[in-house]
Ligand binder design. Sequence first.
Ligand SMILES: NC(=O)c1ccc[n+]([C@@H]2O[C@H](COP(=O)([O-])OP(=O)(O)OC[C@H]3O[C@@H](n4cnc5c(N)ncnc54)[C@H](OP(=O)(O)O)[C@@H]3O)[C@@H](O)[C@H]2O)c1
Length: 427
Amino acid sequence: MKKIKVGILGFGTVGQGTVKTLIDNREEITMRSGTDIEIKKIAVKHLNKSRAISLPSHLFTDDPYEVVNDHEIDIVAELIGGIEPAYSLIRKALENGKNVVTANKEVIARFGRELLPLAAEKRVDLYFEGAVGGGIPIIRPLKVCLAGNKIYSIVGVVNATTNYILTKMAEEQWTYEEALKDAQLKGYAEADPSYDVEGLDPAYKIAILASIAFNSRVDVDKIYREGISAISPIDIIYADELGYVIKLLAIAKEENGALSIRVHPALVKKHHPLASVRGVNNAILVHGSSVGRVMFFGEGAGSLPTGSAVVGDIIDIARNINFNCTGRISCTCFREREQKDIGDIITRYYIRMKVVDKPGVLAAIATCFGEEQVSIASVVQKRRVNTSAEIVWITHPSRESSIRQALARIERLPVVEEISLLLRVEE
Ligand SMILES: NC(=O)c1ccc[n+]([C@@H]2O[C@H](COP(=O)([O-])OP(=O)(O)OC[C@H]3O[C@@H](n4cnc5c(N)ncnc54)[C@H](OP(=O)(O)O)[C@@H]3O)[C@@H](O)[C@H]2O)c1
């Protein structure tokens, strides 16, 4: 039986979940891969840190280049995170003819376009199942199982932190600040939560998924991004009364050859499959031409779930090494598609505003909407505070640029005190 040697960069949350999975399931993994997978070296930053898993000290090094330059190592698993030194280490490993597994969404979203062709040139594999959705299989299903489909759309709840916060706001009637604090106490949110709550993490993930699904390079910096910090408990209550829940969605759609890729909170109907994704779970709904709609659901982060994805990649590469066929699945971005501006999307909108409570106000606002080609599906006066009234409008599908023009005019009306929130409605 062929021996495959693995070098691991990083022994934190995912590194330890990967090693634990390799050790605990060794027998199954050996049978399934047809190879004997051995951990040759593990690079960490702090050699003296105490770890939950104890391993012989000779396995550890604080020089990651000792791993990527080791002639005996066949597969390097990069589990450090961030752009540097991860990007340079992956690059060096590929240049050295090593197969690479990574769970690093930033590096793949920003540099996949150069690293995947490099892997192809070197006839090695670069796999990254753990980079999106933690333990949920989604990269390989898109690249392999759904390869026969034209993909129409991918809509996902792909950030555990924000989904936990929104779930707590909906189910416990907590404010955003209370739910964030609880998420931080439970270890679901960082001390600086902006990476998650402002939507950067889901933007990296949807960039990766969209580039595979639509065979096009995606520029992360062109993805429209809006976080959840502006959502208040009252919006969750109003959404509920209207038959919706609020979710932070990562959306990628093909529309007349162009791509609409965006991350923002949205109202989804209570019976929508993504509405029931609670807490730290993630789910990704894919709509394909032949398969119809399929949803991938599970734990979107965590040590063992992400370790499961990393080990799956290692096993697949071990099989490829065994059959001398590494480098089969390479970069699939063979098209350049335009990324649509947010102003060009057409969807329905939820708009909450505060107005002076007197006759003729609704008509004045409705005129602004009408003159900007925005048609109204419903308007409800929700509550009265002193001389003000809170109004919620739901529009029919409208162009976002028209909505913005209408709101700019409405904001200038003397009877309008505040446009409190605009949310998109995802059907
Ligand atoms: N955590 C999750 O649930 C999750 C889910 C999906 C994907 N991911 C991705 O998985 C990757 C790893 O995340 P993580 O949560 O496991 O991170 P983590 O817990 O912070 O672990 C990072 C590891 O990298 C090591 N490290 C840092 N700089 C290093 C350097 N210069 N040389 C060698 N080792 C270095 C650290 O060493 P020390 O231990 O000595 O400090 C630590 O062991 C990231 O790309 C992340 O986005 C994470």
